[in-house]
Design a binder for this molecule. Sequence first.
Ligand SMILES: [Zn+2]
Ligand SMILES: [Zn+2]
Ligand SMILES: [Zn+2]
Length: 144
Amino acid sequence: MSRNLSKVESCYLKRIYTSVFEDGRQITSGDLARIFNVRTSSAIDVLKKLERKRYVKKERYGYVTLTRVGYNVAVELLHAHRVFEVFFVKNLGMSFSEACRAADDVDHIFDREVVARLCVYLKKPERCCHDRIIIHKGCGAKGR
Ligand SMILES: [Zn+2]
Ligand SMILES: [Zn+2]
Ligand SMILES: [Zn+2]
């Protein structure tokens, strides 16, 4: 993906996206700390790194959200994440939670071209195993 994102950073981007833009729930550093089972200070450290990369911005009342660039990166990450999940469950017979964990390990590393090929191979799946919608806008997978 060549965005130089760590696994932790990409997990925060994905989580902020699903919470704010899919579930319509605003999120704070405290929420993220609880979700990832870390101290609030370490959640704030990760958010600061993402702010410096201009992917995340602070809002009023302690809420955080994605910048336009961060939003696009999160969409790309979640596309890769969910395509990998489908592959791991359908083709490798992994459980949903195993697939999710394995997808977290690789979704931020793989080149978008490789993900697009996998996406075509899987016939552009509509949803991941958790029934989350997979957005193919910009995934680059052409045809079937
Ligand atoms: Zn997942
Ligand atoms: Zn999923
Ligand atoms: Zn796709």
